[in-house]
Design a protein around this ligand. Structure first.
Ligand code: FAD
Ligand code: MLT
Ligand code: ZN
Length: 499
């Protein structure tokens, strides 16, 4: 169990009794209360299999009122809870550590699709009106990809996209302030979430379901729930600003032979592609190799059979096909002429676009098949971006290491570092940590750029946040959840990791 690997003690919470289970059965009905150990198994293990909890109770509310009643009851009875959405989080925040009750948000999956205007003056919005407003309101348990497909029917899209889109729920994304593949273009959820509804630990429903773009009236309380990883409340509804679906999408896969050239390509892309650039993702050879070897995927680049040291996936999104193709074509010509890239392929064919994106998106899934993976998700100044991989290679000359790979959202200064070994080895862990976080801290970077702190990074929070910030975080937590029932052991809990 996780509690054995990490030195963490169970908090002073009540144990689940038959009376508690009877209360939940009465509230939700037996089919939305899972009290069978085997059925609870999947809710206890996270995607990357780094945390395993011991919960024996999973609740599946369908309404805000049910979430409110559950939390009020848990707070009064000192029962700890763990909110869970798609369980794709990568820092162990979405699973219990001990026997916390899992509150699964999967059944809160209705698209509401109205807004204040619709309710007061206009009746139900036509798709044209909906398009013009571009505001989606939905329950927190909607699957990201379902929302995107739904919006596609009225010419809109979600402002966020990530490899886990088929499983992650919008409430999970909001609670982690997930970044993803197009943050470079559309910004993060602190900007795109216009409003939300959340339930506090004591069951109080906080309605900040604003749908206005501009509304500077008092404190913007929604931000407390965005990125706080279920430690301050449970998000039940969200209103999101959605951009129009671009008429033209082009994707390029580029092969390059040094990181210096990746940076040159980025500078050139920013200059030449400017407003149409929607993604700039970097993969080193060992990262993209995961997609080639694990899934047998083929490279669309043909010039070299032995591959390139670095790859860039670049996407443009705009409103004029000819204009975008011309711009991207001239970017690639310039990059070839200036010897920045060794090879490149361009496409707007949806099947080929999908294939190139899959090469990038499936790295995360593929690497887990190799064994245990130490994953680091860091932001550092772009000039030091790849040095971290070189330093780890230098430091970890160990035959047990299968692969050290680096890839990520270069356009946002965020690199994902992966060290794969056959199974967890404490001595390798201690060679990597705190070394990597100290390096990040020296550069004033972030020890968690987009995945959050969750359970496994709590020990390193102070390396990216000042003591005054952490003190205020504790005060906010104390005020919002005085009994500490919401996602304990996460974000603010100081952990000692045992060797
Ligand atoms: P979960 O994993 O279930 O929960 C995440 C956290 O939020 C937990 O702490 C949980 O307690 C809390 N939580 C969940 N729902 C609620 C709620 N309704 N109210 C309050 N708290 C809640 N992340 C990125 O940022 N960028 C990426 O590009 C990216 N790509 C990924 C690709 C893959 C293949 C995978 C597996 C993960 C990826 N992630 C990425 C990480 C992860 O998908 C995101 O963090 C995602 O937002 C989590 O959503 P989820 O629904 O799975 O939430
Ligand atoms: C990604 O960009 O692929 C994700 O953040 C997932 C990961 O780091 O594994
Ligand atoms: Zn990422």
């Amino acid at each position: 169990f996780t509690s054995d690997r990490y030195k963490v003690k169970r908090g002073p919470y009540a144990r689940i009794s038959n009376d508690h289970v009877a209360f939940f059965n009465e509230l939700l009905g037996r089919n939305r209360v899972i009290a069978d150990a085997e059925e609870c198994e999947g809710y206890n293990i996270d995607y990357a299999k780094i945390v395993r909890g011991q919960s024996t109770l999973v609740l599946k509310p369908k309404t805000t009122e049910e979430v409110s009643t559950i939390l009020k009851f848990c707070n009064e009875n000192r029962l700890a809870v763990c909110p869970q959405s798609g369980n794709t989080g990568l820092v162990g925040g979405s699973v219990p550590v001990f026997d916390e009750i899992v509150i699964s948000m999967k059944f809160m999956n209705k698209i509401i699709e109205t807004n204040e205007l619709a309710e007061t003056n206009l009746g139900v919005l036509s798709s044209d009106e909906f398009f013009a407003l571009g505001v989606l309101t939905c329950e927190a348990g909607c699957v990201l990809e379902d929302l995107d497909n739904h919006l596609g029917t009225v010419g809109l899209m979600m402002p966020i996209d990530l490899g886990a889109k088929g499983s992650c729920l919008i409430g999970g994304c909001v609670s982690t302030n997930a970044g993803g593949l197009r943050l470079l273009r559309y910004g993060n959820l602190h900007g795109n979430v216009l409003g939300l509804e959340a339930v506090k630990a004591n069951g109080e429903v906080i309605d900040c379901l604003n749908t206005l773009k501009k509304n500077n009236t008092g404190y913007h309380l929604k931000h407390l729930f965005i990125g706080s990883e279920g430690t301050l409340g449970i998000v039940t509804k969200v209103a999101i600003q959605c951009p129009p679906l671009p008429k033209a999408v082009n994707v390029a896969l580029l092969g390059l032979n040094s990181f210096e050239k990746v940076l040159k390509a980025f500078r050139l892309a920013k200059r030449e592609l400017a407003e149409i650039l929607s993604s700039f993702e970097m993969m080193d050879r060992r990262s993209i190799d995961i997609s080639f070897t694990t899934f047998g995927m083929k490279s669309p680049l043909t010039s070299k059979t032995d591959g390139h040291d670095f790859y860039v996936l670049l996407e443009t999104s705009g409103s004029n096909v000819n204009h975008d193709e011309e711009k991207l074509g001239s970017f690639v010509e310039k990059a070839l002429a200036d010897d920045i890239i060794e090879d490149g392929t361009l496409t707007s064919d949806p099947t080929k676009v999908k294939h190139i994106w899959a090469l990038r998106e499936r790295i995360s899934e593929g690497v887990l098949r190799e064994g245990y993976v130490f994953k680091y998700d860091i932001s550092i100044p772009i000039l030091s971006y790849y040095k971290v991989i070189e330093m780890i290679e230098e430091r970890l000359r160990d035959p047990r290491v299968i692969r050290i790979s680096g890839y990520g959202h270069l356009g946002d200064g965020n690199i994902h570092v992966q060290v794969s070994i056959p199974s967890y080895e404490p001595d390798i862990a201690s060679q990597l940590e705190p070394f990597i976080f100290e390096y990040v801290s020296k550069l004033r970077g972030s020890v968690s750029a987009e995945h959050g702190i969750g359970f496994v990074k709590t020990k390193y929070l102070h390396m990216s946040r000042t003591s005054s910030e952490i003190k205020l975080m504790h005060e906010v937590k104390k005020m919002m959840d005085p009994n500490g029932i919401l996602n304990p052991y996460k974000v603010l809990y100081p952990l000692e990791i045992s060797a």
